[in-house]
Design a protein. Structure first.
Length: 755
């Protein structure tokens, strides 16, 4: 989308929707507008201690936004002023350190807080009220704001192992967090594809481990590589610089040093800490690799020495030790590991992993710190004082909270910002999935399954930004904006999914700020979106636009839409195979990308579907109806048209409504082993006339599924039946020697056809 087009869309949206006089994100908890206004001009001064960082920060930001260069004075009388005032009575004593008051009268703006964090957040609120344009006089509405956050962990993550980002960009990233009142930066520094932090006692970690001889290009399923050397790392001085920069902005940097898995980059430098002795190369491919740290004494000494240097650089309470996706293949075949298990009375390799994590935790605890790890650290028994980061859904977080362990929620269903945020057909390449802004905004970090007491263990949440498909800073910006705005309001505690339109209005008003800052944000919300609905004797295609859905033009014959094409008024009835194309038009000119939906109808299309097992929340868009909506999924992009089942069978029964003659049944399944997606071990076709007693007609083996590359078509002797059942059997636990060994396999399924 061109800059001119973007400007037009923003202008149109501003005209078409009411301007919020306070387009604040996150929305404060209490806002009372008053009569009158304060005039910000060149005579205004900032009354504060000149050495106070927050005062200097405010002065610089106002100059950048408006051109006004305000003076900082310790005492200012009889002049318009912005006062940063320490006031112990400003906030309730029970409130958190991040509370603040912002009051604006016709004579003065006062930010009151008990701690610097409060001042900083009050300043961020004030800055969002000041237009980003050079003006000599700016009027600000009189008001009273009382505000504080609900959650203590408001985080954003950045993976610098798969792709490396400069110190300058990391600082920019921290600035983005500060703008929207995040307080935690989770810095992913080591993985199979690169070791990014200088450790002085082990120089080869960066001499060898920070560099790889190429990278994957395209999607993992393409299995293509370049041969360009790639790498980089942060010196300890640079780490200190970033940590200090974040601390000034009241952001805690939590480092992640992966163990016991995701360790190939470290093992390439020091193969003696593996089970096999190597040799190893820093990984070129994405995914999960079998070689992990071996739990022998010299390995623990190595990791303790590494963590000692890490803790000296990062003053954070928590140190993230990974703990996820650790294949047990090497441990199962390692004499040392098997002997250690016998010696310690460990019944399996999951308990060996727990032993590993608990050894590390004891060391970190002795240093006065705590560990946090991905939810796999629950397996085999949770370390006594560990906190859990729940990413495989919310189940791990619920289990940990019930055990009275602190939890940070980061489920793939809502918080993975490496997933697509718009229609994958129109989006740059991503790992898969579909998480639009509205879905992020609907997130509730505190599950309903928890009691009030258990809920106290939910620290908050964060978004994860894995960078396999983010090769530069511009792509990172595109993937986090504007979704991080939605998450900021969720974590501040003022989101209301029922009032998403109000949030969207405020969010779009913020886009001009992003434009001024040169931030490359996604405009997917301006695209025409589609939703397929069941209807009697047909299906319906619903089209929407954030601007005005009545200005959508569409065709049903596969031709490109133009200003004379059909105007969208009501959902389009689809009662035959056809291709619909649609776009948004303004003043007879197309103002959005063209979307395309190719429908292929059959006897199952639009019919009632019942599932025995529900799809995983990460891949459940459209639910069971996705299997009969007439749309075939894109096999190259793992977007919203696939249903994903983790460790479960797909057992679907389609009610055709009346007995039908059936000659052929088709089903589409997917394999992408690097993403732990495997073909089913078998598919069974059954039919029934009463929905209770089913006759098995055909069983398709894994060999047959592989032979047709997942596009299964079964020709049958003519059958008369009302109900069709299709059972695709999940592979189960992934076998040794395959990506994801020991974990539950994913089963991806799409359209079921009946003819």
């Amino acid at each position: 989308m061109t800059t001119k087009l973007t400007a037009f869309l923003l202008l149109f949206f501003a005209i078409g929707f009411s301007q919020n006089p306070l387009p604040l994100i996150p929305q404060p908890h209490s806002v009372h507008l008053k009569n009158g206004h304060f005039e910000l001009n060149k005579e205004t001064v900032i009354q504060a201690d000149g050495k106070m960082f927050e005062a200097q920060y405010l002065k610089k930001a106002i100059r950048q936004q408006t051109g006004l260069d305000l003076k900082i004075m310790p005492v200012a009388a009889n002049v318009p002023k912005i006062s940063l005032s320490f006031d112990l009575s400003a906030v309730d004593a029970s409130e958190k350190k991040e509370s603040y008051e912002l009051s604006i009268s016709d004579k003065t703006i006062v930010v009151k807080a008990e701690y610097e964090q409060g001042f900083f957040y009050g300043i961020q609120t004030l800055l969002q009220m000041i237009p980003s344009e050079e003006k000599q006089k700016i009027k600000l509405s009189c008001l009273q704001i009382n505000d504080s956050p609900i959650y203590s962990w408001r985080g954003m993550h950045l993976d610098c192992a798969r792709h490396f980002f400069s110190v300058d960009f990391v600082k920019k990233y921290i600035d983005y967090l500060a703008m929207y009142k995040f307080n935690t930066f989770h810095w992913h520094l080591t993985d199979d594809q690169g070791w990014r932090i200088e450790i002085k006692q082990y120089p080869k970690l960066t001499e060898v481990g920070a560099w790889r001889n190429g990278s994957m290009i395209g999607h993992y399923s393409d299995q293509r590589y370049d041969d360009k050397p790639y790498g980089g790392f942060y010196t300890q001085d640079q780490i200190k610089e970033v940590v200090a920069y974040a601390a000034q902005r009241h952001i805690t940097v939590v480092p992640e040093i992966e163990m016991p898995g995701h360790a190939v980059a470290a093992l390439a430098a020091y193969p003696e800490y593996s089970c096999t002795g190597g040799p190893f190369e820093v990984a070129k491919q994405w995914g999960v690799l079998d070689d992990v740290f071996c739990p022998k004494e010299e390995t623990f000494t190595f990791l303790q020495n590494v963590l000692t240097e890490v803790m000296a650089l990062f003053p954070s309470q928590y140190i993230h030790i990974g703990g996820d996706e650790c294949p047990k293949t090497r441990w199962k075949n390692c004499p040392h590991c098997q002997a250690l298990m016998k010696e310690k009375g460990l019944k399996d390799e999951h308990e060996l992993q727990s032993y590993f994590i608990q050894r590390i935790e004891k060391f970190v605890n002795v240093k006065g710190r705590k560990i946090i790890g991905w939810d796999e650290i629950l397996e085999g028994g949770l370390a006594p004082n560990a906190a859990v980061m729940s990413w495989r859904g919310t189940e791990g977080g619920i289990a940990a909270a019930k055990q009275k362990h602190y939890v940070v929620m980061t489920p793939g269903s809502h918080c993975y910002f490496d997933y697509y945020q718009g229609d994958s057909k129109n989006e740059p390449l991503a790992i898969g999935g579909f998480i639009p802004v509205e879905k992020v905004y609907s997130f509730n970090p505190t599950p309903n399954e928890l009691t009030a007491e258990e809920s106290q263990y939910i620290l908050g949440a964060q978004a994860n930004v894995w960078t396999e498909y983010m090769e530069d800073a511009q792509k990172v910006e595109y993937m986090i904006f504007p979704r991080m705005m939605a998450l900021s309001e969720v974590l501040w505690g003022t989101s209301n999914p029922d009032k998403y339109a109000d949030f969207q209005n405020r969010m779009i008003q913020q886009f001009s700020v992003l434009d001024k800052k040169g931030i490359n944000y996604s405009k997917a919300i301006f695209e025409v979106t589609s939703r397929i609905l069941p209807a009697k004797n047909a299906i319906l295609l619903e089209l929407n636009s954030a601007n005005d859905s009545k200005k959508i033009r569409y065709t049903t014959d596969g031709s490109m839409p133009n200003s004379s094409s059909n105007s969208y008024v009501n959902p389009i009835e689809i009662n035959k195979s056809q291709t619909v194309k649609a776009a948004y038009f303004e003043n007879d000119k197309q103002q959005s990308a063209t979307i395309e939906e190719a429908f292929s109808l059959n006897k199952a299309t639009g019919k009632k579907v019942t599932l025995v097992n529900q799809p995983h929340e990460n891949y459940s868009n459209g639910g069971a109806f996705t299997l009969v909506n007439g749309i075939s999924a894109n096999r190259g992009k793992l977007g919203k048209d696939w249903l994903g089942f983790s460790g479960k069978d797909m057992n679907a029964t389609i009610d055709l409504g009346k007995p039908e003659m059936i000659n052929k049944i088709s089903i589409s399944v997917l394999e992408s082993q690097g993403s732990w997606i495997y073909y089913p071990k078998g598919i069974e076709i059954l039919v029934s006339n009463d929905g209770q007693n089913f006759q098995s007609l055909k069983q398709i083996s894994l060999t047959e599924i592989k032979a047709v590359k997942g596009e299964v078509v079964v020709n049958l002797k003519t059958q008369n039946a009302q109900y069709v059942k299709v059972v695709a059997s999940n592979l189960g636990k992934i076998s040794e020697g395959n990506p994801g060994a020991g974990a539950d396999a994913w089963l991806f399924v799409d359209e079921i056809g009946v003819e």
